[in-house]
Design a protein around this ligand. Sequence first.
Ligand SMILES: Nc1ncnc2c1ncn2[C@@H]1O[C@H](COP(=O)(O)OP(=O)(O)OP(=O)(O)O)[C@@H](O)[C@H]1O
Ligand SMILES: [Mg+2]
Length: 208
Amino acid sequence: MKGYFITFEGIDGCGKSTQADLLEQSLKARGCDVTHTFEPGGTALGRKLRPILTDGGTELSLFAEVLLFAADRRQDMDEVILPALGRGCVVIGERFADSSIVYQGVAGNVGRDRVRNLMNIVTDGLVPDLTFLLDIAPEQSLARKTSLDRIEQRDRFLGIARQAYLELAHEDAARFVVLDASRAIEALSQDILDSALLRLEHRRYDHV
Ligand SMILES: Nc1ncnc2c1ncn2[C@@H]1O[C@H](COP(=O)(O)OP(=O)(O)OP(=O)(O)O)[C@@H](O)[C@H]1O
Ligand SMILES: [Mg+2]
């Protein structure tokens, strides 16, 4: 049976890594074959690109940034995601093409459709089967990340990203599950597990 691709999306500090880890553990405990990946940085290429993309020390034009994220994503796809899906695994990803559309396309002003079209080429049209959008106000999510400067501009940028995420979810309601990420970790993880198990169960019948 073909694998199943689940992604977590949402603004910085919304809880993607926390919930992806918990879902991985719960699915593994139920005997599922799970591969957990994240970007940028899940591959050897990604580990080299990550500091360029995240430490701000390298001069990068907006579009060059889009392309580096795209290179990282494609490498992760070829090296990790597609082989795992081919083996029938559940693949859990922290961020995928939606992040580029939201961050660089909308909030970064590169152009939503421009980035969306580019992502279609980069991913060969691979779309997650299920995406959890962890929705939260920027003030709340940034407060969780002690290392981040709380600058107003960043709040504004993330506010735009949050709205763009909600629009994507509205347009593709069959794929997205939107959750209030200000809730407690355990309550959220239970809802996420229930949703994932329900979808995985339905998929079984689809393939019979
Ligand atoms: N529901 C929650 N309530 C309170 N704190 C939380 C919740 N979920 C996560 N946290 C805490 O918030 C911080 C950020 O969480 P996490 O690293 O999972 O977010 P993230 O979305 O992966 O962030 P990034 O975008 O930087 O990768 C962590 O310290 C985590 O323990
Ligand atoms: Mg994370």
